[in-house]
Design a protein around this ligand. Structure first.
Ligand SMILES: Cc1cc2nc3c(=O)[nH]c(=O)nc-3n(C[C@H](O)[C@H](O)[C@H](O)COP(=O)(O)OP(=O)(O)OC[C@H]3O[C@@H](n4cnc5c(N)ncnc54)[C@H](O)[C@@H]3O)c2cc1C
Length: 464
């Protein structure tokens, strides 16, 4: 695979002319001032450079771009909202960036099927508004909703706050249109709920991180829109107690939508960042939510009652503004951590029985390696998913040591090193902790079959 230099001379300038021939001059960016924002992730941890950002406006243009890059052996990175957490959307090895943001067509909701077809560049907020206007909702929601795109969410198999009710992105995708590494287009968008006609290409694209194809469109399942929502912020004395509360709520509250967790250090950090005192404080605070066609307040109250003694009175909200005020203490953590320093973001999942012990020890394990660090815990407790965010690594300290220490603890407890953010460049060298040599060989073979020229995001996911 050829490497293109950012200087735009020789080989690369011919490339730019060819790209312009496909998408037009306006949609090929080469000025470093214009491409800079595409070459760094939003945390500032992953930086690269690119000879060109190309912004195709149709599947045909995507196919032509991929075909010409495959012919020249030039690698590319697909980029949607660039909100990914693992460096997968950044041209860290000088790749061309293929931005999908212009593929933003939303077709009318198919109310009969309860589905919608969306372009890969559609931003999540817009998808939610579109579904809700038609009496539906979309099953995945997450804090990056104003920027992340349908294609990026499929490529990372995004999770978010409603996984315990609706599953992750994979459970929403009924069909797909995508461009494979040789420029061929696969399209399967009829939206048949039952369709056993061979391999599930749409499912394969979920979590493929731009290595098997460029998603250009998806047929997505929609869910009923619930007009009654109740949110509670629940103080709990320990992580073990929080796991018990989550299990009781899952077993007793039929309309449960979310069980999210913020550890004490993360709660203090976000409260400082927002300049607002939280309505409840404890070792662990849960943000829980129920949604239904009727008011689910009593159902949630009964569920909380069944949890036994809590570490204080929950704060409860039913109207939109008050609910959002509670959610800020959970969803604002990511931004608060970022404002405090460049974070090491580790997104792990543990079996329910092991999660509390892991959470109680992980901060100490990191601190022993580097006493200047602070570890913040928050995440989607209802799915056993904790975000371990470390900031303040001493200068010159090898960050991989911290990652390794956390991942080894995860694997010792039979967990996974990535719950929802994916592998990207950040965790590629640790993938063997969760995947056997036979699995890695199957991954590599799949990759070769879908991308014979090896140009689709070659530096992520599968170790070289
Ligand atoms: C505040 C905040 C909160 C977040 N919360 C969550 C959360 O709760 N749950 C969660 O799962 N994630 C979360 N994330 C991470 C991120 O939003 C998700 O990973 C999201 O799915 C990325 O979408 P994107 O469009 O920004 O993709 P990008 O960051 O642009 O790309 C991510 C990966 O997908 C590939 N890709 C992008 N588009 C395509 C395409 N069309 N075809 C093929 N490959 C493609 C890229 O090459 C890259 O490997 C959060 C991020 C932020 C900033």
């Amino acid at each position: 695979v050829a490497r293109v230099t950012a200087t735009g001379t020789g080989h690369a300038s011919g490339l730019v002319d060819e790209l312009v021939g496909v998408v037009g001059e306006r949609h090929v960016l080469v000025d470093p001032d214009m491409t800079a924002g595409y070459a760094v992730d939003w945390t500032g941890r992953f930086r690269g450079s690119t000879p060109a950002v190309v912004r195709p406006g149709s599947v045909e243009e995507v196919a032509d771009v991929v075909r010409l890059l495959a012919r020249r052996g030039i690698p590319l990175v697909a980029q949607g909202g660039n909100t990914g957490m693992v460096g997968g959307s950044v041209p860290t090895a000088g790749e061309v960036v293929l931005s999908t943001r212009r593929l933003d067509r939303l077709e009318p909701v198919d109310a009969l099927a309860g589905q919608v077809t969306a372009g890969a560049g559609v931003v999540l907020d817009r998808l939610h508004e579109h579904a809700e206007a038609a009496g539906f909702t979309f099953g995945v929601d997450l804090g990056a909703r104003s920027s992340c795109t349908v294609g990026g969410m499929i490529a990372t198999n995004a999770g978010g706050i409603h996984v315990l009710r609706y599953g992750s992105m994979r459970a929403q995708v009924v069909g797909i249109e995508a461009v494979l590494g040789d420029g061929s287009v696969v399209e399967h968008l009829a939206g048949l709920e039952k369709d056993n006609t061979g391999y599930d290409l749409a499912g394969l694209m979920c979590g493929s991180e731009g290595t098997l194809g460029i998603v250009t469109k998806a047929r997505l399942r929609l869910r009923p829109r619930f007009d009654h929502v109740v949110t509670a912020m629940v103080p709990v004395g320990s992580m073990a107690a929080a796991m018990e509360v989550a299990a009781t709520l899952r077993a007793t509250v039929a309309n449960l939508n979310a069980v999210e967790m913020v550890g004490r250090a993360a709660l203090d950090l976000v409260a400082d960042h927002l300049g607002v005192a939280p309505p409840v404080r404890a070792e662990v605070v849960l943000v829980v939510e129920a949604a239904a066609h009727h008011d689910p307040s009593e159902e949630l109250a009964a569920g909380l009652e069944a949890c036994g003694e809590l570490a204080g009175e929950p704060a409860v909200a039913v109207d939109g503004a008050a609910r959002r005020a509670l959610w800020r203490f959970r969803e604002g953590v990511t931004e608060a951590v970022n404002a405090a320093g460049i974070p090491h973001k580790l997104d792990v999942t543990l079996p329910a029985a092991a999660l509390a012990e892991f959470a109680d020890h992980v901060g100490d394990a990191v601190h022993r390696l580097d006493p200047s660090t602070t570890t913040y815990l928050f995440g989607h407790l209802g799915d056993g998913n904790v975000h371990v965010n470390v900031i303040g690594l001493a200068p010159g300290h090898d960050a991989d040591d911290v990652d390794r220490a956390v991942f080894e603890l995860v694997v010792a407890h039979h967990g996974s090193i990535s719950a929802e953010h994916g592998i990207g460049t950040a965790k590629r060298d640790f993938l063997h902790l969760n995947r056997s040599p036979a699995e890695l060989a199957a991954f590599a073979a799949l990759r070769r079959a879908f991308d014979p020229a090896g140009i689709l995001n070659p530096n992520v996911l599968v170790p070289t």
